[in-house]
Design a protein around this ligand. Structure first.
Ligand code: SAM
Length: 169
């Protein structure tokens, strides 16, 4: 496994042990692969809207990563995040896309499943302020989730913001 970047490692540190991990917009899949090998999460869900990305990732997983002795399971979803209709449990990561896509995925998930995830980790690639404004103005989101942490990490010349939201119990 390649070493995670500081940004990915920080996201990893906020995953809730013992609960599933949903990595939306997973692309290379490094986060999910690290989560799989850590043994700390019962299910890892890789989601990306580009079918060949998911096909390649699944193939790599089967050939290089899958271990029959592990009890944790991996699932591969070649779908837009906003169209996922499976029950969303555990930690959901939406990282590396802009505020508009992040909101589109969140809104789709809320429409389909209501608010199910224990935690959302949002790491927009751009327009962080827009994302925060929209989330503050979104009554349904505010009624279901509270901001648990806001933190920053350097990535090259950029400072990335991590927004962590936990379900209100
Ligand atoms: C820059 S990569 C982000 C990779 C990783 N999450 C990260 O933070 O490094 C963006 C990925 O998001 C995927 N993507 C964009 N919009 C999406 C959507 N609505 N649902 C699922 N995947 C999406 C793209 O196909 C691409 O693979």
């Amino acid at each position: 496994m390649p070493k995670l970047s500081d940004r990915m490692q920080l996201i990893f540190d906020f995953l809730i042990p013992g609960e599933p991990v949903w990595d939306f917009c997973c692309d290379h899949g490094y986060m999910g692969l690290k989560a799989y090998h850590s043994g700390a999460f019962p299910e890892i869900h890789f989601v990306d809207q580009v079918p060949h990305i998911i096909a390649r990732l699944e193939q790599t997983f089967l050939v290089k990563h899958q271990r029959s002795e592990y009890s944790q399971k991996a699932f591969f979803w070649a779908e837009s995040g906003e169209n996922i209709s499976a029950p969303l449990k555990g930690t959901a990561i939406i990282a590396g896309v802009g505020a508009h896509t992040t909101l589109q995925i969140l809104r789709g998930l809320f429409e389909r499943e209501g608010a199910q995830a224990s935690r959302f980790i949002l790491v927009p690639q751009k327009d962080e302020e827009l994302l925060e404004r929209e989330l503050i103005a979104w009554e349904g989101f505010q009624a279901s989730y509270k901001c648990a942490a806001v933190t920053h990490v350097r990535e090259g010349s950029r400072i990335r913001k991590l927004l962590i939201f936990d379900k209100i119990l």
